[in-house]
Write a protein of this length. Structure first.
Length: 467
């Protein structure tokens, strides 16, 4: 069986999928039981020809692929895939390099060095920061917190890599109620436990209150502390005020981490860069490639201002993997051992877009998000709950009977089932809301026009008295 025929077949399916993405319903149409029935074939005793496996997979999965790559998908913070990044991702799988080390994947190691430097430049982070290409922001947090744990405990004479946490000085984490759940999972994975987390009060916009942080840090001296701040709240896009908060944390010798899963990309735009003022004073930063940079999934980036702590938390000597001396050895910085070469897709996307292309992508998405929130809020029976600071915002729908929560969920369900657009729901400050996130390179002005029309139509249909 030739490799080329099954690969060409798969490439054709991929191209067909992408060409139809604008015409296909965005919602899924197959139930889970239907998918289980179709895909739940018997494990064959003798194998099935490769082309047949691929053709069947495409047919069986049909209706079970959520159209989150569509330009009219506004759920969560998902992002699409730039064709150039997808192409590089295909090559990544083709080359099948083990990116654990620079011996098994020399070109990938070099590409990570270059893309790592490019990312620091675009995100306006210190040149000296170390970095790692990880699976996503969740593992970026976990990697950063491992570096923080090393640093804080080493300062207190405790070698956590050798002694572990039993009997170690306590580490606490100060963050705000708006933190993403992935912060808590990083705390759990590192053995700190969620009881180590204390929530610091925020202002009415959800930004951590500097006075409250100062007070929280002013307790008994010498408590090892990680302050976890946020660049870009999931619902409103709000940013913690780094220029006020970082100096306070520094004064108390706390480690400052920044969750900038999507918000860190505001640095690429002169219009939004001011939101990040002071962020360079943090000790670690986490962001995603698979959200706003529009890389395929499995792409997060972490940067650490204390490279020695970062390396100490991960480096592991083996007799069989002798590193090339003058090249960064990836697994000294990554939580994984064997892994795919995530650098290629990032490198390809950054080179294709250029600095100005990233700026344009960020600004376009923010413009689209603003127009969506404002135009939907202007429709009869709708209102804005949060105007986007960058690319995320909230609206809700009003019911004559006062049950706006129910009404909002009904409108979201009707919009999803239209197949033309996709929005998700969230409870924010006690109210049900429809979240609007724009971070796909594909979204056009025409998509926004069409989306507003769909919302108008659905609201009109829903307000007709039922017979
Ligand atoms: C998506 C997101 C995360 C988690 O990132 P993953 O890439 O899904 O691991 C963390 N924080 C924020 C603010 C996010 O939007």
């Amino acid at each position: 069986m030739s490799a080329s025929s099954v690969l060409q077949q798969a490439a054709q399916h991929a191209v067909d999928y992408l060409q139809a993405i604008d015409k296909q319903p965005i919602r899924t149409s197959a139930s889970l039981s239907e998918l289980r029935r179709r895909l739940g074939r018997e494990l064959p005793e003798h194998g099935v020809p490769a082309i047949e496996v691929i053709d069947d997979l495409v047919a069986d999965a049909a209706g079970g692929i959520l159209g989150s790559g569509s330009g009219r998908f506004y759920g969560w913070v998902i992002g699409g895939s730039l064709p150039v990044a997808l192409a590089a991702d295909w090559l990544t799988s083709t080359w099948d390099q083990n990116a654990a080390s620079n011996v098994t994947a020399p070109a990938e190691a070099v590409v990570e060095e270059i893309a790592g430097a490019w990312l620091k430049h675009i995100l306006n982070l210190p040149d000296e920061a170390s970095f790692a290409f990880v699976t996503g922001c969740q593992m970026a947090h976990t990697t950063a917190f491992a570096a923080a744990r090393h640093h804080l405990l080493q300062q207190r004479g405790w070698d956590v890599e050798v002694k572990g946490l039993q009997g170690a000085p306590n580490i606490r984490v100060l963050t705000s109620e708006n933190r993403h759940e992935s912060i808590l999972r990083a705390v759990r994975l590192l053995g700190l436990g969620t009881e180590a987390v204390t929530y610091v009060a925020s202002d009415s916009e959800g930004r951590m209150d500097p006075g409250a942080l100062d007070a929280a840090l002013s307790g008994p001296a010498d408590r090892a502390t990680i302050v976890s701040l946020q660049a870009g709240d999931l619902n409103t896009g709000v940013f913690d005020v780094f220029k006020a908060l970082c100096p306070i944390a520094r004064k108390h010798e706390a480690w400052v981490h920044v969750d900038g899963a999507f918000g860190l990309w505001a640095a690429a735009s002169p219009r939004y860069r001011h939101l990040l003022e002071g962020v360079e004073q943090a000790n670690s930063w986490a962001t995603d490639g698979h959200k706003w940079l529009n890389l395929p999934f499995d792409s997060g980036f972490v940067f650490v201002a204390e490279p020695a702590a970062h390396r100490a938390a991960f480096s592991q000597a083996t007799s069989y993997a002798v590193p090339l001396e003058d090249l960064r050895n990836q697994k000294d910085w990554n939580p994984e051992w064997s892994r795919r070469g995530r650098g290629f897709a990032a490198y390809a996307a950054l080179r294709h877009l250029g600095r100005l292309g990233v700026q344009d992508l960020v600004e376009r998405c923010c413009d689209h998000a603003c127009r969506l929130v404002e135009s939907i809020a202007a429709l009869e029976g709708a209102e804005a709950l949060a105007h986007p600071v960058i690319n995320q915002g909230l609206v809700r729908f009003l019911s004559p009977d006062g049950d706006h929560d129910r009404r909002t969920d009904e409108v979201i369900a009707a919009l999803q089932s239209s197949g033309d657009v996709w929005f998700g729901g969230v409870t924010w400050q006690g109210k049900r809301a429809m979240r609007i996130s724009v971070c796909n390179w594909l979204t056009t002005d025409a998509d926004i026009d069409r989306t507003i029309e769909v919302v108008r139509r659905v609201l009109r249909e829903m307000s007709r008295p039922s017979i």
